[in-house]
Design a protein around this ligand. Structure first.
Ligand SMILES: C[S@@+](CC[C@H](N)C(=O)[O-])C[C@H]1O[C@@H](n2cnc3c(N)ncnc32)[C@H](O)[C@@H]1O
Ligand SMILES: Nc1nc2[nH]cc(C(=O)O)c2c(=O)[nH]1
Ligand code: SF4
Ligand SMILES: [Mg+2]
Length: 210
């Protein structure tokens, strides 16, 4: 494809930079425990210092892949697709989600919400970051708000974000993985004192699966 054609196809979301795709068990949030096909798009400029997939950040490292190929792989194995990254909302996700739905799949997304919403999603996991706050469209679309707790100040940030998200969103606290020994006891006490919050664990890391 010529450079111009590639740019147009990317803008229209007919190709997207694909880092990896894998069929596993959703480890986090409300859908934790459900079989899910993960589609991980490359590219993120949010810059979380504790990010567990820094290899995803540079979009140039990940090949532009036809949506038809991604959807064929996903729908041959699974009923539920989870779009993640990187930051998937850097891209126009309308074409991807319409093709996934045509193939009969449920569409979930994992996002920081730092960009405007696109795509047609059945479930939106919004995990806001201080370095690049969510857009209004992301706060409005969130099905769950999943705040990563790295230090004590993150409880204050979590409450600020809960005040901004739509009132129907589930409220979840998830320890930053490297700080779990220090932060889990604080999260447990916090949830006991503030039961509108629930705990989300990265259960796939305990299970040692992707
Ligand atoms: C890798 S991110 C990709 C999607 C999107 N960029 C985002 O941040 O939501 C997927 C999920 O993992 C969480 N996450 C990333 N690194 C983590 C870590 N070290 N400990 C706990 N959760 C982490 C993010 O907050 C997000 O909810
Ligand atoms: N099993 C599993 N569950 C997950 N939930 C969110 C993930 C992500 O990286 O977006 C993830 C992941 O990478 N693996
Ligand atoms: S927004 Fe998500 S992918 Fe980007 S750096 Fe933060 S945790 Fe990593
Ligand atoms: Mg992950």
């Amino acid at each position: 494809m010529l450079q111009e054609e590639r740019n147009l196809a990317l803008q229209e979301g007919r190709v997207l930079p694909l880092m990896e795709e894998f069929y596993t068990i959703q480890g986090e949030g409300f859908y934790s425990g459900s079989a899910a096909y993960f589609i991980r798009l490359g590219g993120c400029d949010v810059g979380c210092h504790w990010c567990d997939v820094k290899e995803s950040w540079d979009p140039e490292l990940h090949p532009l892949t036809k949506i038809e190929d991604i959807v064929a792989n996903a729908s041959s194995e699974a009923k539920l697709a989870v779009i993640t990254g990187g930051e998937p909302l850097m891209y126009n996700l309308d074409y991807l989600t319409s093709k996934l739905k045509e193939a009969g799949m449920q569409t979930n997304i994992e996002t920081s919400g730092a960009y405007e919403m696109s795509g047609d999603f059945d479930w939106v996991c919004l995990s806001p970051k201080k370095t690049k706050l969510p857009t209004e469209s992301a706060y409005a679309a969130a099905s769950e708000l999943k705040v990563v707790i790295y230090n004590k100040h993150d409880f204050i940030f979590a409450e600020e974000q809960a005040a901004k998200v739509n009132p129907n969103a589930l409220l979840l606290l998830q320890t930053e993985w490297g700080k779990r020994q220090e932060m889990m006891p604080l999260i447990i006490e916090y949830v006991k004192n503030n039961p509108k919050w629930r705990i989300s664990l990265q259960t796939h890391k305990y299970l040692d699966i992707p």
